[in-house]
Design a protein around this ligand. Structure first.
Ligand code: NAP
Ligand code: ZN
Ligand code: ZN
Length: 350
């Protein structure tokens, strides 16, 4: 074991504070990564505040959050073949899985039927807590480490590891592309990547945001249309419009209203994770053979594909880089939708 420094929540809802903890010694297939940047995902806040205990196990404290990790390899185990010292690499939401089940074998490790080992707020194969990226370094198996786009800035690429893949995966699975009308609900960290990626895939993109405040940004990011959901007119005007809607909202909104915006046979994919259940009426689905679906991040192979796609198309996240001492303030600003469009911690400040 060796010491690592970071920021942790010591209990649910407590402010994050400086924290020293142990990381494992690198094994034969491990790489040691000096973390340069880590994005702040809304999931970090949900978990640090133990908001999902209706669905998941209680959060594990002390918790070092962070799963949008970008850095540089500083050491490798003696059997590592994929990476070498100096490579720009990333770690996303998980650091291991069973590797044997049908899902793992088909590259869907995020749906491992045995156990996906999450980057933080989980226990590793030895029962030790995992600690995330609000810290100076991480040790991870090479098979769960990603290669970052060589020619794009590392800070603006860090959030691709969660926000990017969480939108890329459903956009690809439900075939967003030329001739398809796609709506993104919520222009936050996930939503703004949805706009950029759906646009790059060739779809006609609409943003459904709670006000028109972010309209100019939406258009700049690649949206063709932008509507405020606080205006009831939006729902009558857009009835039956979309092939695909991706809902990134973290709050309780009425999903039935949005289902009505789908064409016959359209699909709404939920990626945002509100604290409480949202009731759905059967008629919202049956009348037009609509589907309500969900999606969770993406597997390692698809995450690498997304990073390569972003490298090729020059796609990065719009980030506000902050020192780690401002993490608690950043959390409050995320909750107020006051971020354009992802906070990224500069780990040099640690
Ligand atoms: P975020 O940056 O806070 O964005 C959420 C957006 O939702 C806000 O920018 C806002 O957009 C909208 N919103 C917030 N409160 C609202 C309200 N009361 N009514 C209507 N709209 C509201 O969060 P994020 O990091 O993108 O994450 C979004 C959600 O996805 C979180 O619940 C997170 O846990 C979840 N998530 C899921 C996955 C997955 O794999 N499924 C992965 C990562 C994150 P407007 O200002 O445009 O309305
Ligand atoms: Zn995330
Ligand atoms: Zn598995």
């Amino acid at each position: 074991m060796s010491k690592s420094r970071g920021y942790a929540a010591l209990s649910a809802k407590a402010a994050l504070v400086p924290y020293i903890f142990e990381r494992r010694e690198p094994r034969a297939h491990d790489v040691v990564i000096e973390i340069r940047y880590c994005g702040i995902c809304h999931t970090d806040i949900h978990q640090a505040r133990n908001e999902w205990n209706d669905y998941l196990e209680e959060s594990i404290f002390p918790m070092v959050p962070g799963h949008e990790i970008a850095g540089v390899v500083t050491a490798v185990g003696n059997k590592v073949t994929k990476y070498k010292v100096g490579d720009k690499v990333g770690v996303g939401c998980f650091v291991d899985s069973c590797r044997k089940c049908a899902e793992c074998r088909s590259g869907l490790e995020q749906y491992c039927t045995v156990r996906t080992i999450w980057t933080y707020n989980a226990r590793d194969d030895e029962g030790q807590p995992t600690y995330g990226g609000y810290s100076d370094r991480i040790v991870a198996d090479e098979n769960y480490v990603l290669g970052m786009p060589e020619h794009l800035p590392l800070d603006a690429c860090a959030p691709l590891l969660c926000a990017g893949i969480t939108l890329y995966s459903p956009l690809r699975h439900w075939q967003a592309g030329a001739g398809k009308k796609v709506a993104i609900i919520g222009l936050g960290g996930l939503g703004h990547m949805g706009v950029k990626l759906a646009h790059a895939l060739g779809a006609e993109v609409t943003v459904l945001s709670h006000s028109l405040k972010k309209q100019a940004d939406g258009k700049r990011l690649g949206a063709d249309h932008f509507y405020a959901t606080s205006d009831p007119e939006t729902f009558s005007r857009l009835k039956g419009s979309f092939d695909l809607i991706i809902n990134t909202v973290s709050a309780q909104i009425d999903w039935n209203e949005y289902l009505a915006l789908l064409k016959v046979g359209g699909t709404m994919v939920v990626v945002g994770l509100p604290e409480k259940n949202i009731p759905i009426g059967a008629f919202a689905l049956t009348g037009a053979r609509r589907s309500l679906a969900g999606s969770q991040i993406g597997g390692i192979r698809e995450t690498q594909e997304m990073l390569d796609f972003c490298g090729k198309h020059g796609i990065t996240c719009d980030v506000e880089v902050i020192p780690i001492q401002k993490v608690n303030e950043a959390y409050e600003r995320v909750l107020k939708s006051d971020v354009r469009y992802r906070f990224v911690i500069d780990m040099a400040s640690l």
